[in-house]
Design a protein around this ligand. Structure first.
Ligand code: ARG
Length: 476
């Protein structure tokens, strides 16, 4: 329920549909209040879909003509009118009217103003329900095609940092406690894996975004002999939605994209968090270029990693949009409901946020300043090579559980002496197990520990190099 008729029920007085009431019927006898008008209108945000709306209309008109439903002259007039509208919107001359509720009615009304009856024939066999679903899918598909290369660029930036830091050692953490030494390159490649999965997800969901609802009309299909496959081909869709009720009411494609974006933003937030920690004086593992930092208005010494913090923070709003969208769809009866108009703002903001964040993070990662000495110093704290000593004993025939226990005693002694395991004398070490010999000291070095993990997916530099080569080949 929505529109009023502003005058007597005689229909539009001119070719110009400048009130949305005139776009549908003479049924209404009372004008809509200004508040309701503003409450129900979407034109101030959905005008963003204008290009998709025009593309969809042109494909529809071309098909109507090919099917003999409208004349060649009408199709030509529609094309001419749409060309004019395109120019006007691009030049910022188009007058968007709140009275005309949304992008669809605004463009259609202007078309009719420009080309007369041909404009009024455009909506034959179509409803705003299948129109809006088509527009959002078209628009989102193009945005996906912008985001996909950004995910690639992000991965490439990380691979470049990895390549320069295969031999850089930092402490690997579990529970935020020093666990085992790892290659910083290996650490960077962990994020490459995450973003590679995100890209896979995006490619996969694109197939489901890229299906054509048009032809479902309001909900039940249409009595005109439409050629939906033809429209799909014209618009570059991979296929046609096969059930008209589902076509107008389905927003899975938006949910899927939003879930993809949330996971990507969560990955970004983890990276951002680590950059923030690593830049803190207490770690001092990296520095970020000045252009990504800000100062403090009160503390002259400060350089704050604002960009990384914001990226971390913006993950919250993207996940929030996913919750909003999924709740929007929950319990909605078939088919189209006005609720669905609420899909746009969260979806638009999600696209903008994930796109801008990927861009800025990739740039920032490319410019990080790595401080290998600080990382290595930190790796020497916390007995990161204790597992290596246990493994050494296992190779001498000690059962792993016994070796684990023996090393715990060694670590306790080292803590008591205030030294690293590698600094315990051979005598002391042999006190823990007679099988220990001079070769143990190599095992207890950070580099020895790294080199030992020469298993597929492990942190040994040889493995990290293999992975870098694999990613480079994949990313092209
Ligand atoms: N502005 C509407 C939306 O975004 C377009 C579809 C409106 N359809 C309708 N029957 N009211 O969902």
């Amino acid at each position: 329920m929505s529109a009023p008729s502003t005058g007597p029920a005689t229909g539009p007085s001119s070719n110009q549909l400048d009130k949305k009431s005139e776009a549908w019927s003479a049924l209404f006898s009372e004008p809509m209040s200004e508040l309701v008008k503003r409450y129900t209108a979407s034109v101030f945000f959905d005008q963003r879909l204008w290009r998709a709306d025009i593309a969809g209309s042109l494909a529809h008109a071309e098909m109507l003509c090919a099917q003999g439903i409208i004349s060649t002259d009408d199709a030509a007039s529609i094309e001419r009118g749409m060309a004019q509208i395109t120019q006007d919107i691009e030049a910022g001359r188009f007058e968007w009217k709140l009275d005309l509720e949304d992008v669809h009615l605004n463009i259609e009304a202007r078309l009719t103003q420009l080309v007369g009856d041909a404009g009024k024939r455009l909506h034959t066999g179509r409803s705003r329900n299948d129109q809006v679903a088509t527009d959002v899918r078209l628009w989102l598909r193009d945005e996906i095609d912008t985001i996909l290369p950004l995910l690639g660029a992000m991965q490439s930036a990380l691979v470049d940092v990895a390549d320069k830091n295969v031999e850089t050692i930092l402490p690997g953490f579990t529970h935020m406690q020093v666990a085992q030494p790892v290659s910083f390159g290996h650490h960077m490649l962990a994020y490459v894996e995450m973003f590679a999965r995100d890209a896979e997800r995006l490619v996969d969901l694109r197939r489901r975004v890229n299906r054509l609802p048009l032809g479902a009309a309001a909900l039940a299909g249409t009595s005109y002999p439409l050629d939906r496959e033809r429209v799909a081909r014209t618009l570059g869709f991979d296929g046609v939605c096969q059930n008209s009720l589902d076509a107008v009411s389905d927003r899975d494609f938006a949910l899927e994209f939003s879930a993809f974006a949330s996971i990507t933003m969560v990955h970004i937030s983890r990276l951002a968090e680590e950059l923030v920690l690593w830049m803190s004086q207490n770690f001092g593992f990296i520095d970020l270029a000045d252009r990504y930092c800000t100062g403090s208005s009160i503390m002259p010494q400060k350089r704050n990693p604002d960009v990384a913090e914001l990226a971390r923070g913006k993950s919250g709003r993207v996940v929030g949009h996913l919750m909003g969208l999924i709740t929007l769809m929950k319990s909605q009866p078939l088919t189209y409901n006005k609720d669905n108009q609420e899909d746009k703002e969260p979806l638009f903001d999600t696209v903008d946020t994930v796109r801008d964040t990927l861009r800025i993070m990739a740039e920032m990662v490319a410019g990080i300043i790595v401080k290998p000495e600080a990382m290595e110093r930190a790796a020497l704290k916390g007995y990161a090579t204790a597992t290596d000593l246990a493994d050494y004993l296992v190779k001498k025939g000690v059962p792993f559980r016994d070796a684990h226990e023996t090393v715990a005693h060694a670590v306790k002694t080292a803590i008591g002496q205030g030294v690293d395991l590698s600094e315990l004398s051979l005598d002391t070490l042999q006190g823990f197990h007679p099988g220990i010999d001079a070769s143990v000291h190599e095992v207890l070095t950070l580099r020895g520990s790294l080199n030992a993990r020469n298993v597929l997916g492990g942190t040994a530099p040889a493995q990290v190099r293999l992975q870098i080569a694999r990613h480079r080949a994949r990313l092209g």
